[in-house]
Design a binder for this molecule. Structure first.
Ligand code: FES
Length: 144
């Protein structure tokens, strides 16, 4: 199995590791098969993600994809962050081996789960964006 330089870089030097104590939203997800767990913390001001941190107890690809996913949503509007996909995260990392694609899905789910908490809290879920949260109910292993 071969990992890209970007994957290795984000695994060895993950960005945005840690917690935000006064986070405006958090998302905790896990993959039942591998047992890996990921938690994302968001700080949101005026509809913009001003800070994001993560903690991942998981494989190297899970750490690299969490790191990249947090980089990709930092400074973005909530709507933009909601468009994040695991494929975009994997692409930004120069690709992932097929057997590791579910790890990138965990990263997308962690971000979406935190966003969902925020959207629910603030009554922001509507007919236009509801479908973007559907993937939270899917089994990550279906996307491997
Ligand atoms: Fe479980 Fe990578 S093996 S997230």
């Amino acid at each position: 199995m071969q990992y890209s330089d970007e994957v290795m870089d984000h695994f060895m030097n993950p960005r945005n590791v840690g917690e935000i104590e006064d986070a405006d939203a958090t998302g905790l997800v896990g993959n039942a098969k591998c047992g890996d767990i990921m938690k994302v913390f968001l700080k949101i001001e005026n509809g913009i993600i001003v800070d994001v941190k993560f903690k991942t107890f998981g494989c190297g690809a899970a750490i690299a994809t969490s790191s990249m996913a947090t980089e990709m949503i930092k400074g973005k509007t909530l709507d933009k962050a909601l468009e994040l996909t695991n494929k975009a995260v994997a692409e930004a990392l120069g690709g992932l081996p097929p057997i590791k694609m579910h790890c990138s899905l965990l990263a997308e789910q962690a971000v979406k789960s935190a966003l969902k908490e925020y959207y629910e809290k603030h009554g922001l879920i509507n007919d236009d964006n509801r479908h973007l949260f559907d993937m939270l109910n899917e089994d990550a292993n279906d996307h491997a």
